[in-house]
Design a protein around this ligand. Structure first.
Ligand code: HEC
Ligand code: HEC
Length: 347
């Protein structure tokens, strides 16, 4: 067998591997792939949702990380990060519009703990979610071209092989290829954990809040604002669907969860979005109708719809759906929301 190394090089290689990994005395050829990847789950967080069919591996996570920001998947220069932009906490400052519907782009943060996906929960599995992105309205992927480009790439063939045992991406069906790409991206997304906001540090007694942040925290967690019932710690979502009263009438996307379940009681319900990094992910609500956090707080204070589908939690205070916060209290609530920003996550 021809080897592109002479003996000196092989010795050097073994030496280098030996230095990098002292406890492992075997040579490179004896290493088996893939290597299990462990995510450190922060104290107080629920367990990570990982399916048996797509366990996290070093090679899978690396493959997913590379594909996530690579336009190789599309024919229109788009990549996941075109809309899930890192500087906006993997969200987008403009809503996405297709078929006449506006969608606010959800951030990618702590997705490994989420139980359902998309505003109305139309996706149940993170493992296969990205398979939909290959469609004409998103990536407009050309299957033949995709296989050609992946095969010609300096790194992808090796990673597909190590992560999933796929020796040749040209030898599997297009559906299987999409599934494996989605699997790898899901693995990567599950490693993206955020638990280092100013408020996390406050909880860990590492920092103090300013007076206004503290007052905002009290509003959030007391009957005064009553935000915590739905936006509950540590993920700032109860993983449930609610109608928080942003819509007066319901057609199309505004029907929310009802579009999926076809139950009348689900009208206008959406998955409670996380509030982590909320400062970075404007515009707000499923269709991006509110531009700023001040608009959001004004809405919760005076703008909740009088519609009968609105969640009882929204009317608990006085039956009027009005929090009637003072300008100072509104400012304090916004100041608190900004303590949920985790700049370490953005690095
Ligand atoms: C054209 C913009 C756009 C691109 C490109 C895009 N997305 Fe999205 N993404 C969205 C929008 C809008 C939603 C919300 C859709 C909904 O709720 O129905 C979304 C939702 C998601 C969600 C669910 C998040 C949650 O909290 O429920 C995940 C995960 C996701 N996208 C992953 C990806 C991946 C992976 C890629 C690349 C393969 C990608 N997206 C490319 C716009 C985009
Ligand atoms: C009954 C449950 C519930 C309560 C109580 C509640 N929210 Fe929400 N919140 C939601 C839901 C559901 C959405 C998404 C609604 C939509 O997109 O149409 C949301 C959206 C938001 C958003 C926009 C998130 C984004 O990514 O666009 C912010 C910010 C927010 N809420 C803050 C608050 C604050 C502050 C309070 C307290 C004053 C509060 N919420 C009380 C359920 C609730």
């Amino acid at each position: 067998m021809y080897l592109p190394f002479n003996h000196k090089h092989i010795l050097l290689l073994i030496l280098v591997i030996g230095i990098g990994c002292k406890s492992d005395t075997t040579t490179e050829t004896a290493k088996t792939y893939p290597t299990p990847y462990t995510v450190t789950v922060p104290a107080g967080f629920p367990p990570l949702e990982v399916s048996a069919s797509n366990p996290l591996t070093e090679e899978g996570v690396l493959l997913g990380k590379m594909l996530y920001s690579d336009s190789i998947l599309s024919t229109n220069t788009r990549r996941c990060t075109s809309c899930h932009n890192p500087i906006y906490s993997y969200s987008s400052p403009t809503f996405t519009s297709w078929a006449g519907t506006k969608f606010s782009v959800p951030p990618h943060i702590n997705l490994g703990f989420k139980k359902t996906f998309n505003w109305d929960g139309s996706e149940e599995s993170l493992d296969t979610l990205a398979m939909g992105d290959f469609e004409p309205e998103f990536f407009n992927t050309n299957p033949t071209l995709l296989v050609q480009k992946l095969k010609a790439h300096p790194v992808y063939p090796d990673l597909f092989n190590k992560a999933f045992g796929i020796a040749d991406v040209g030898q599997i069906t297009y559906t299987e290829l999409k599934r494996r790409i989605a699997n790898a991206i899901a693995q990567y997304l599950r490693t993206r954990v955020s638990a280092n906001s100013k408020f996390d540090k406050y909880r860990r007694k590492q920092v103090l809040l300013t007076q206004n942040e503290y007052e905002g925290y009290v509003i959030f967690y007391s009957e005064k604002g009553d935000c915590f019932h739905c936006h509950s710690e540590p993920l700032y979502t109860d993983q449930q669907y609610h109608n928080n009263g942003v819509s007066e009438t319901y057609t199309g996307f505004d029907l929310g969860r009802q579009n999926i379940t076809h139950k009348d009681e689900d009208k206008g319900k959406f998955f409670t979005p996380t509030l982590r990094n909320i400062e970075l992910t404007a515009p707000y609500m499923h269709d991006g109708r509110l531009a700023t956090l001040e608009d959001v707080v004004n809405f919760y204070s005076e703008g909740v719809s009088a519609d009968s589908y609105v969640d009882p939690l929204m009317t608990k205070k006085n039956g009027l759906r009005q929090l009637n916060l003072t300008p100072l209290e509104k400012m304090q609530l916004v100041a608190f929301l900004k303590t949920l920003t985790d700049l370490d996550y953005m690095k």
